[in-house]
Design a protein around this ligand. Structure first.
Ligand SMILES: Cc1cc2nc3c(=O)[nH]c(=O)nc-3n(C[C@H](O)[C@H](O)[C@H](O)COP(=O)(O)O)c2cc1C
Length: 225
């Protein structure tokens, strides 16, 4: 049985393209994976807290030395890590804000990148101190951007700090299968937006039809290279 974690991070509701695209993907995935299960986490409407000094102190204290208040400080983070680790596939709707990920999604990243849980750290090993602890997961990042040309070879590619940031942080914890599906031109509307949305839909339809275990070891893109 495969398990899908569905995350939305747009603060917008009906006007959000990422919300609509992830919802359509999940509906199709359910149809093609009748035994599959889905967990939904809406961090756009229910924003996560940023990490705090007590969170950091607790996270870097070995579990057996954590007191009650430290355990409390990490409770939500532990829940989010458990949820992430239970998924075979993660589909995440991520709006493109100020050339990167929105702060709401970054708060999620900071909550799930956890020493001893999603990566290991060995200060004695100066050559390779970090070891990813996550295995066998695939993430489909569904992104929407206001302008266009942020994809490979596009006029704004050099301003796209979201795709590479996402790939780096996911690889750091061991998620090496990242698919980027992006729609563009929200700010212009018209056929440019419609064509971009249709291209993203087509790619997502293909992913929904795939067996979740047949993942590709690649950072993919629906955009022209
Ligand atoms: C705070 C904010 C910052 C944004 N920054 C950018 C940007 O740097 N580049 C861009 O192309 N679009 C930018 N946009 C436009 C969004 O990427 C676009 O509206 C996208 O469709 C949002 O995703 P959603 O439709 O799921 O809400 C920004 C929008 C907001 C609200």
């Amino acid at each position: 049985m495969t398990h899908l974690l569905h995350i939305d991070s747009s603060p917008r509701s009906d006007r959000s393209h990422t919300r609509r695209l992830t919802a359509e993907f999940v509906q199709r995935w359910r149809d093609t994976h009748p035994g599959g299960t889905v967990t939904y986490r809406d961090i756009g409407r229910n924003p996560l807290p940023h990490v705090t000094e007590s969170w950091i102190a607790a996270a870097f204290t070995p579990p057996k030395h954590r007191n009650e208040s430290m355990q409390l400080a990490l409770r939500l983070s532990d829940e989010l890590v458990d949820e992430f680790l239970q998924a075979d596939l993660i589909v995440a709707g991520i709006p493109f804000y100020n050339f990167g990920m929105p702060s709401g999604f970054k708060a999620y990243v900071d909550q799930i990148v956890r020493v001893g849980r999603t990566f290991a750290f060995d200060p004695a090993n100066r050559v390779s101190p970090y070891t990813p602890l996550v295995h066998g997961k695939r993430m489909i990042a569904v992104i929407s951007r206001g302008d266009g040309g942020y994809g490979p070879g596009g006029r704004n590619q050099h301003h796209n700090h979201l795709d590479s940031h996402l790939a780096t942080v996911l690889q750091f914890i061991g998620v090496n299968q990242l698919e980027i599906v992006a729609a563009e031109n929200d700010e212009y509307g018209g056929t440019d937006l419609l064509n971009s949305l249709e291209s993203a839909r087509r790619t997502l339809r293909g992913f929904a039809l795939e067996e979740t275990s047949q993942s590709k070891e690649a950072v993919g893109s629906n955009e022209a290279r």
